[in-house]
Design a protein around this ligand. Structure first.
Ligand SMILES: [Zn+2]
Ligand SMILES: [Zn+2]
Length: 263
């Protein structure tokens, strides 16, 4: 068994007490590598220390749209030099939690866009793929990615939101990260769209500690649950689970080249 969890916040406080156990259990369940996305830059020292302890764990530098106020390109420049930093993100647009006030809303959207574009340009500068977070902002995100030639480095649309509209980005060097949501009872839209994703663009992620797959919903998500995701994708595509594991691992290694050094 070989699975890569391409998106798991192992630096999150929810893993603080038993991280070693979480990683060892995941390794035993077939997970061979992990990628910690950047979210709030203040968590970067912890991500680095985890990566320095575990050869299987890598990290990315980036600022989540919810953490835009903490964006500082100098911090990203400092951490991107680390040998285990393999991507830029997660960055993107999230219109789910915008301010009510019209003026503030406009300002927030503009800030998110500016910081997203800055990170796309940074990724091109350092030649690393992007981890893109999109929530209720498919149209604007697509326009920004295309207009700023993100194709040059490519990346992953993490926690792919099942927007038909975004499938076109597969032609722009983008992969689609499928997570626990695909196992939810109300995931009809995502289940319908998974077969439309080009097979060579499909990758697996947990987004732990969030979005725990069925039947573990309600408890903390962990990288070992990539198995539930692979299982569900195999049912949707009428393939063996092992085939899905091999395929998604191959894809993840193509996007994030440093995984080739350990798998
Ligand atoms: Zn995200
Ligand atoms: Zn995330």
């Amino acid at each position: 068994m070989t699975i890569i969890d391409t998106h798991c916040h192992l630096d999150n406080i929810q893993y603080q007490d038993d991280l070693d156990e979480v990683i060892q259990e995941a390794l035993r369940s077939g997970v061979k590598a992990f990628l910690i996305p950047g979210a709030d830059p203040k968590d970067l020292p912890r991500a680095v220390s985890i990566c320095e302890k575990y050869p299987e764990v890598f990290f990315a530098v980036g600022v989540h749209p919810y953490d835009c106020d903490n964006f500082d390109i100098e911090i990203l420049k400092k951490y991107v030099e680390h040998p285990k930093c393999i991507a830029v993100g997660e960055c993107g647009l999230d219109y789910f939690r915008l301010p009510e006030n019209e003026e503030e809303k406009k300002q927030n959207i503009q800030l998110q866009k500016d910081i997203f574009i800055a990170q796309i340009n940074f990724a091109k500068e350092v030649k690393k793929p992007l981890i893109v977070h999109i929530r209720e902002a498919s149209n604007d995100s697509k326009i920004i990615l295309i207009d700023n030639n993100a194709k040059e480095v490519g990346g992953v649309l993490h926690c792919f939101n099942a927007s038909e509209h975004l499938l076109e980005l597969s032609e722009h060097n983008f992969y689609f990260g499928i997570g626990g949501v695909v196992t939810f009872k109300n995931a009809k839209k995502l289940i319908d769209i998974v077969p439309k994703i080009p097979l060579e663009k499909l990758i697996i992620e947990t987004d732990g500690p969030y979005l725990t797959p069925h039947p573990y919903r309600g408890s903390r998500n962990e990288p070992k649950y990539t198995n539930e995701i692979a299982q569900k994708i195999s049912e949707i595509l009428s393939k063996d689970k092992i085939e899905v594991e091999e395929l998604t691992t191959k894809n993840a290694k193509k996007l994030f080249k440093e995984f080739n050094t350990i798998i």
